[in-house]
Design a protein. Structure first.
Length: 281
């Protein structure tokens, strides 16, 4: 077999002729090179477009999946939204006593609660509206739940204190007490703030100068005494009946006392000034 050589024959005016060495080395013409470059750029752009699309699609799909998941989940209650009702309740509780400062510890933000249409704050049994306390927030619907929050409440108000050393049994006069200002949360429960309410009452125990006058610091002045004829006021749901009776024992205002009715029955009621005993059924 004879060796194969490239065809270097060209045609000029219909007649075959041999290409020169320069013509053989010149390669493709300029228009052909431009076409090839354009095709190469198109291929490169297509490759870049596909790469960008490959990087973008997962994020788009993930976002769509997240949106789908969020759309299928019932609405939740933001835990931080419980702080407002709790603060409002504590401010109202101490407003009548003085200047109130409230700090409620927010619940854990990870708390997962169903959405609530009506939030209600309240003090659990035994909780005070002052000092370090607990306040509860409950949802009335559509799903019922209750969350307990910790709070610190400072109430700056006035209170009565002994102006001088006072002995047990001493009947208080106006100059025996002074008004002072302080954080009522740091004082014992039941401190008095109305001077007129303590004047004329004997002390149940001795008081040192500056010591707060509490409700239980005073001996109760009887408003009803044993054997006294009293007016009975019996009340219940939708009715009220009055009558007479005889007190069995002594009682101060707001204290419990027993009364014997004309028929000989014993009933218990709350004594009030004016020889009145209120019986609630």
């Amino acid at each position: 077999m004879s060796p194969h050589f490239p065809d270097t024959t060209a045609y000029q005016e219909g007649q075959p002729t041999e290409l020169t060495g320069a013509e053989q080395r010149s390669g493709p013409s300029l228009p052909l090179l431009c076409v090839l470059m354009v095709l190469g750029l198109i291929v490169l752009l297509l490759a870049i477009t596909e790469a960008v699309a490959a990087d973008t699609h997962p994020a788009v799909h993930a976002k769509a999946a997240d949106s789908s998941l969020a759309g299928g989940r019932p609405p939740r209650q933001e835990p931080a939204s419980l702080v407002g009702p709790a603060e409002q309740l504590l401010l109202q509780e101490g407003a009548a006593l003085g200047e109130v400062h409230v700090q409620v510890t927010p619940p854990d933000p990870r708390l997962d609660l169903p959405a609530c249409s009506t939030l209600e704050a309240f003090l659990p049994p035994g909780a005070r509206g002052q000092g370090h306390t607990t306040v509860a927030v409950r949802c009335q619907g559509p799903t019922r739940w209750t969350v307990y929050l910790q709070a610190q409440v400072q109430v700056i108000g006035t209170y009565l204190a002994a102006a001088r050393p006072l002995a047990a049994g001493q009947v208080l006069a106006a100059n025996d007490v002074v008004l002072r200002s302080g954080d009522l949360a740091e004082l014992p429960a039941g401190v008095m703030s109305d001077t007129d309410s303590v004047i004329g009452h004997p002390l149940a125990g001795a008081l040192a100068p500056g010591q707060a006058v509490r409700r239980d610091s005073l001996k109760s002045v009887p408003v009803v005494v044993s054997g006294q004829s009293v007016h009975l006021l019996v009340s219940g749901r939708g009715f009220q009946v009055s009558g007479e009776g005889i007190a069995v024992g002594n009682a101060g205002d707001g204290q419990s006392v027993q009364v014997r009715t004309p028929k000989g029955n014993l009933v218990s009621g709350i004594a009030h000034a004016g020889a009145l005993v209120e019986v609630r059924l």
